[in-house]
Design a protein around this ligand. Sequence first.
Ligand code: AMP
Ligand code: MG
Length: 406
Amino acid sequence: MDECLHMASVTEAVDVVRSIATPGSTESVPLSEALGRVLAETVRSDIDHPPFTKAMMDGYALRSEDGSAGRELSIVGQVAAGAWCDDDLLAGQAVQINTGAPLPPGADAVIRVEDTTVTGDRVKLNASVAAGKNVTIRGEYLASGETVLDSGRRLGPVELGVCASAGAARVVVRRRPTVSILGTGDELVDVSVKPSRGQIRNSNTPMMRALVEQAGGRCADHGTVSDDVGVLEDAIAGGLDSDFLCLSGGISMGAFDFVPAILEKLGVRFLVRKVSMKPGKPTIIGVHDSGCRVFALPGNPLSAFVAFWLFVRPAIDGFLGLGDGELRWVAARTPDVLPATGARENFWPGRLSLDGNGVLTVSRQAWQGSGDLFGFAGASALIRRSADQSESVPGDNVRVLMLERF
Ligand code: AMP
Ligand code: MG
């Protein structure tokens, strides 16, 4: 337990997470299955882009020395997209051409059809065109062999289009980590059940499942178990063969908070025992010999959310080798009064917007504390305030963790 931080600051705990957030193994997948995955290779193009010099407009290809307004050229042919023309275009000649079609040799500009008048096989130019007008030169975007995507990029729709253009029918991506989740508590019942006396519905594991999937993990949902040492031990042991195990509840100082002792018994090495923050103080971060990274999160729904966002998500990002996996901290102005903070760092749910001058602004959610998930719904940020701060003044700048991309 020597290496364990018994009361880590948020920054120290985030550093611990970084140290255990090593990238996982890789696999090759077809493009059709690659949406949302993270690249683990550099993708290079196997051809020039564009692969030939082409027209960007429907119109007439010509030699730019013939491109003055008022000129009349003779139409000697037509090139459609997908066709090819080997014949040199001579002085005084034009070829009808479509968007995406290759320019004939000798042509170096295209006049838009809207800027012409056609009579029989003659075309009159109603505007001047200079060399290169409405044309993209072979290799203008990039040359064969050039990098189109770096390792560590998450693949969105545009990136998939880029891979397809570059000839990457399959891509090497990071394996999605398996993340086991388990809720604990005698009081918990499923969403389908109307709670009877003393019971509450389990909101944490549905929320954690969504957080895991949003982060790119593969969730193994172990449901919830009662606060019974034997049952808990079996359930926790069953999650230790995954890449991550995420527990909620049972880690405070109560008589039925058995989780820490069971984790130790099962050989989980604690790296963080508590974090000096509110909400989320009783958070445990550890590792098991199986390679499993263990996160025991508080039972209070918002505490579980904050601890997940600060610690579990970056660990999953690290496993995925995400280059941009860092937490997104920004500064924002708040028109609201935030309460004095006390001995621990504070996180308060907020909503980001831009004021009339384009200044990033955050307003606090009406929120009753760590059990109140309802007051948290709709938050797009967490406002972070250090310990021992007095009440804030309207207009103060605060540090904000973005929960959505802005
Ligand atoms: P604990 O950390 O087990 O002491 O739980 C702290 C608070 O969170 C208690 O009020 C629990 O009833 C509540 N809680 C624990 N687990 C869950 C859960 N899965 N869903 C909703 N609330 C929970
Ligand atoms: Mg409990």
